[in-house]
Structures are given as C-alpha cells and as structure tokens.
Write a protein that binds this ligand. Structure first.
Ligand code: GLA
Length: 716
C-alpha cells in the first residue's frame, strides 16, 4: 500500500506519503490537489542515492533509532530485551474525532479532527500513535506520540520528540527567545550551518534560559514556521543541518536523564507540540498568538477582560500589616484599581525569605490575628482580593517541614541544595498533592480569594527517580492545577516563576496570565514584550508600574512612560501608593480610566511591533481590534534624536479604506485628526519626538512614550 495523505487547514497543506514508513512531501502554504505528486522528485532523489542513504535523503515526520538514519532521531525506545532497533512500521492510519489519552498532560482544546498514524514494532509488542490535530481557524497543527506497551515486559522511553519536520529547501534562520532572571525573552537570531544546533531546559521548568517557542525562517522567501510545546518541564529543540538532507527540526520533552519505564498495558504520552506556517514572521506570529488565545489559555478566561491589579511586593516587600494594607486598599480603590494582591510575607512567621514556605496560614504576629478582617475590608472596599502562594516549595525553617520532612524531595545522605533558602516538595506523591489541594482550598474559602499568584522560585536539584522524575513532576503539577482550576473556575490564576521562568503553553492551559519578568524597568520590558509577542498574545502577560527610580536598574521614568509600557499587556501597579503625591495619584486615576475604556482592544487585539527611524530608535506596539474599527498604539522613543524632519509614525494593520479619528493621549501632538488607514500606513502621521524638557532633565532621558488612539468614523 502507498497513499498520499493531505492534511489541510484553511491556508496550509501538510502532504505525507505513507507506505510502511512516512515521507514528508510538503509543508507550507495551501496547494491544490494534484493527480499525482511524482513531479516533486521524491522517488528520483531516492534512486540517485545508495540505499543506505535513502533514509537520510527522505524527509519525514518521525525517525527511529536503528532505522538507518545518520542523524538525530525522534524516537528512542528500548524494549524488555535491551533492543533499541525495534523495526517500527506503519500498521494503519485513520482520521478520527476522538482525542487520544494524554495521561494527565494538558492539550489544546476546541478541535475534533485528528489524523493518527499507528506504528507497530516488528519484534516487540509496542504501538506508537503519531497524531496530528488540526485547527483550521488559525492554521495550526498539533502533534505528538503516544507509546503503548502491549507486551509482558517493561519498556523504556529514552527519547520521544513530539514534533519532527524535515525541511528541504532554503537557508534557514532560527528565531528563539533566550534570557535569564530579570532579563527574559530576548530575541535571538541564529543562522544554521552544518551540524546540530540545540537548546532546552534542564532544571524541571521550561525556563527563562530558553523558552520552548521558536520560529524557523526560510530566508529565500521569508516564510516561517513557528513552534511551541504544551509543556512546563524540561524541553529540547534540535535543528540538524546536513549535506544531503536539508534541516531536521525537532521539539519535545528533553531526553536529559529520561529513561521512562512503561509497564505492560500502560502508555506514555509526549507533550503536545504546536506548529504553524505563514508567509512572513508577522503573519506566522499572528496565527500563533491567535491560537494561544482561542485554544490554549484557560477557557474560562478566553474573552474575559483582565482587571487592573495592585501587588504589594515591590512597594512593601515583607513589611506588610493591617494598617498599611487598609490604607493602600482605600487609595487603590480611589484610583481605579480592581484587584488587591498581598504578595509574599502574609503567612506563617515569614519576615524575610529564610522561613515559612509551607506554612500556608496567616501570619498572626504581623496581622495581630486580624488577617481575615483585612481581607474582608479589601473586599468591602469593592476590590477583589488576591494572595501569593509558592505551593511547590518548603522552607526547612518552617512548621510544615518539621512535621512533614518526608514530603520534601530529598535523598538520604545528601544535604539538599537550598536555593533562595527553600527546597522542593515531592509533588509526585499523592499525599503531597492532596495536602496542597486541601491547603489551597482552605485558604481560598476562608478569605474569599479571587486571585492567586502561583510562584515557583527555583528548579529541581534532588533527582531521585532519575528516568522519570522531571516528567512525573510536571504531570503532578498539572494534576494539582487541574483540580484547583476546576474546583474554583472563576479564580484568576497568575503564573510566576521568579518572573518568566515558566512562561509556556502548559502553564497557560491553567493560568489566565503570567508575570513576565521581575524586572519592572520599562526599557527592559520593551525587549521582554517584543520577544514574547512573537509567540504569545499580550493578554497572557502582566506588567506593573513600579516606583521611580526603578529598583532593579535605578533608572528614572515618568509615570506616563511606565504606564504606557505596562498598558501594552495586563496592567498593574507595584509601588507604595502611600508615597505618591495627590497629583500623581490623580494622574494614575486618569490612566486607569483610559485603560479600562480601551482594554478590550489592548488585551485582545492583534498586536504588531514595528520599528521606525532606523536602528530601533522608535518601537511601536499597536493593537488592532478584530473589526479594525479601533486601535491603540504605544509608541516608544528609545533615543532622543533631534532635527528629524520627517518624524512620522506609520501604522500597519488598520483598514486602508476606513477613515479614522486619531488622537494622542499624553500630549496634543495629534488632535482629532481625520485620515484614512491607507495614508496612515503609507504616508505616516507627523508626530515629532516624544522627549520633553522635563524628561531630559528630571528623568535621565532613557525612553519617552506617546499613545495614539485610532477610532473608525467612516469609510471611503
Ligand atoms: C518572586 C516573584 C516576585 C515576588 C517574590 C516574592 O521573586 O517573581 O514577583 O512574588 O518572589 O518573594
């Protein structure tokens, strides 16, 4: 048997030739049906090679140890006899509406169409199900592999990459997001040359070092493929370029230490991978963001506008009490904040970061036994109430650890490594999972919590069951999150891991938003945000207005500039409001009113990042509504350059034949201007630069912003 199978989405085609193996014939922009596909030269290419090279010359979507590949392979499984060459051959393939069993891993939702290729080992009773899910509306395909052990002996999964795409033509560039604490998601562009280029994470979190999202751009025609993984643990991306075969691209769970024992009649699921292609970086990004919005982010929040948050951390640190909180809550309400979050320090005996994680009950001493009343007061003030937790962690100096040291992940005879004075709970144990669910539920109900900031400030170091621990940890985390989010579907869950150390699609399946970075400096946030928007919608990230000078960089910024950068994502405040003057509070109040009026488009519009005036001197984030009747641009000058005669902003994404009323927000640079979308795109609007005399003297001149609003008033 041999058949060409075509998997179409609205604008893309994946063509597979299936006999006892699977060749990838084409992936890209949608093509018409052809009578036959021999014109692609697939078979001719094969005839030219020696048979030993066949497998290396043939692009595919899966590869096996021992199949003749001289490259990185996507599947490495060892059977009960120690064999790694298992002779996997296609047994059957079918389209189905049924979701496969994912063993507790989260998946994209909202599609009912799958294509499954079933492989069977020729020597052991092992079945592999390689599937593709298709999401027509965003052109996205998802893919992964399920391993089923149908024999009597245990088998071992050593590598199982969710996605493999072998690309044949062009010079490719990898666009990835790398960073570190306080410096997340910087855009990294890498030219591939012969050999293997790979990145991943190794401490059990998806990490801020290398985000699982990446794009691969074909430089000959600018077309792109974007990929991400629905997984929060160790991931790995591999790109191999060889003389004969173009580029092999793979993404999946990291095989570092992986040796997962699958018992008879049990299965192992790879995380679901997500990929999409488009004709340019911008188009491909847009499809990916749209997909994340519609098919990943916790569905209870798909279209829910995110509230403005006050968070106590940067302004007050551990120095919180009834009085300071009550005062702040009153001011917060007056200036239009909607959720009041008490961050670290509210529990156990926590006065600094050396104790009390695990003691998830109110800090009696700090709050004089009146924490409940404080929570009530906040709610009576008309604010929602939020609390910070770091459930996966425990301080050795805590009551909980004294009673439950067996709940921690430790190894007999080895002193556990403390990072930020804390160690990790072994959440793979059912009793630990139950304890966390119970303790969180108790707090949620006792204080009427509306919002949880779920933090995770370190990775895993004590690896006991090495072959399976990283994977089991992640699946166990999902089990806890699944239970909590199902039990309390309206609670706003904000993910955090020292900022963006776990910013990924797995996290977003449960959380409505993620704290993108601990760095609140607007200049740094510009970089963090432009990186994130390559693969994540702005509503998935939060950014807060902090104090000036900024605590991380000591740079000074105007409130308007701090607001503008935060307003590009979900807005919040993280400074001591009691230290602000009346006029500063009034200013913030006006900004909050503006934000509420336009937050639907700011949070859910299609966001584009454009660069003007050469060398990134001006960056413009523009969010356009689906109907294109409203848009908000946050324009950022990164350098003050004088005498720019033609200093205009050009905005893409508006409707050419719509007439817009355009206004600037911080100044009267643009006042009720009436102009068509096409002129805005082609001719630009003269705006000068955004620096002012006070910004140059008082604010050190690091960055200056202006916001523009475009409202449709007619058509031509
Ligand atoms: C981490 C988070 C911060 C804050 C502190 C509290 O660093 O990223 O936002 O919550 O923990 O200890």
């Amino acid at each position: 048997m041999e058949e060409i199978v075509k998997i179409n989405t609205k604008n893309t085609t994946l063509l597979l030739k299936i006999n006892d193996k699977v060749d990838l014939i084409y992936y890209g922009e949608k093509i018409y049906d052809e009578k036959d596909y021999s014109f692609l030269g697939q078979d001719i290419a094969l005839r030219k090679c020696s048979s030993a090279d066949d497998i290396d010359a043939t692009p595919s979507i899966i590869s096996f140890v021992g199949d003749g590949n001289n490259r990185e392979t996507s599947v490495h499984i060892v059977d009960g006899f120690g064999n790694a060459s298992l002779g996997f051959k296609v047994n059957r393939y079918y389209f189905t509406n049924e979701h496969l069993k994912m063993n507790g891993l989260p998946t994209a939702y909202g599609n009912e169409k799958f294509f499954v290729i079933e492989f069977k080992s020729s020597i052991s009773k092992i079945t592999l199900k390689k599937y593709f899910g298709f999401f027509d509306d965003c052109d996205v395909l998802t893919t992964g592999i399920i391993v089923e052990n149908e024999g009597d002996a245990n088998i071992f999964v050593r590598r199982l990459m969710s996605m493999q795409l072998d690309l044949i033509q062009g010079e490719y560039e990898i666009i990835s997001l790398s960073g570190s604490w306080c410096n997340e998601t910087n855009i990294n562009r890498t030219e591939l040359s012969k050999g293997v280029y790979s990145f991943g994470s190794y401490l059990g979190l998806s990490s801020n070092v290398h985000n699982p999202f990446f794009m691969i751009k074909n430089k000959s025609d600018n077309s792109c493929i974007a990929s991400n993984l629905i997984y929060s643990g160790n991931h790995k991306e591999i790109f191999e370029k060889t003389e004969l075969s173009g580029i092999r691209v793979m993404s999946g769970i990291n095989d570092y230490l992986l040796n997962y024992e699958v018992l008879p009649n049990c299965s192992f699921a790879s995380p679901e991978s997500v990929f999409v292609c488009g004709n340019s970086e911008e188009e491909t990004s847009e499809k990916m963001r749209d997909f994340v919005l519609k098919h990943i982010i916790n569905p209870n929040f798909t279209n829910k506008e995110r509230p403005i948050i006050f968070n106590s951390w940067e302004g007050l640190g551990f120095d919180i009490n009834n009085k300071s909180i009550a005062n702040l809550a009153t001011v917060a309400k007056e200036i239009g904040i909607e959720v009041f979050v008490i961050d670290d320090g509210w529990f156990g005996g926590r006065n600094d970061d050396t104790s009390s994680l695990g003691d998830w009950y109110e800090n009696e001493e700090k709050f004089n036994g009146k924490f409940c009343e404080t929570a009530k007061l906040i709610k009576e003030n008309g604010l929602k109430f939020g609390l910070w937790f770091e459930p996966e962690m425990v301080s050795i100096n805590s009551e909980f650890y004294q009673n439950h040291s067996d709940y921690a992940m430790t190894i007999d005879g080895l002193t556990p490594i403390e990072i930020r004075n804390q160690i990790v709970l072994d959440i793979t144990k059912e009793e630990v999972q139950n304890h966390l669910i119970e303790s969180l539920s108790k707090n949620i109900e006792k204080y009427g919590i509306d919002y949880i900031k779920w933090d995770c400030n370190r990775g895993l170091t004590e690896i006991r069951k090495s072959g399976s621990y990283f994977y089991d940890y992640t699946v166990s985390l999902y089990k806890i999150l699944d239970t909590i989010t199902k039990k309390y579907p309206n609670i706003i869950m904000e993910g955090c891991a020292s900022g963006g150390n776990r910013f990924d699609l797995g996290t977003l399946c449960y959380f409505s938003q993620i704290w993108a970075s601990d760095n609140t400096d607007p200049l740094v946030r510009v970089d963090t945000q432009r990186g994130l928007f390559l693969g994540y919608p702005q509503v998935s990230a939060t950014s807060h207005v902090a104090v000036s000078p900024n605590p991380h960089t000591m740079r000074k910024y105007k409130i308007s500039d701090r607001f503008a950068i935060s307003a590009v994502t979900n807005l919040g405040y993280e400074l001591n409001l009691n230290n602000l003057s009346k006029s500063e509070l009034e200013e913030i109040k006006t900004y909050n009113e503006f934000y509420k009026r336009y937050r639907k488009v700011l949070q859910f519009g299609n966001i584009t990042t454009s660069y003007e005036n050469h060398n990134d001197k001006r960056i413009i984030f523009t969010s356009v509504s689906k109907e294109k009747d409203l848009a908000v641009s946050v324009a950022v000058d990164l350098r003050c350059v004088f005498a720019r005669i033609y200093d205009r902003v050009y905005i893409n994404g508006l409707q050419d034949n719509y007439v817009y009323k355009v206004n600037s927000v911080f100044s009267d640079k643009v006042n009720n201007l009436e102009v068509t979308g096409k002129s805005i795109r082609k001719c630009g609007i003269y705006v000068g630069n955004f620096f002012t005399v006070d910004s140059a003297t008082e604010y050190n001149d690091f960055l200056a912003t202006e916001i523009f609003v475009f409202t449709k008033i007619g058509e031509v």
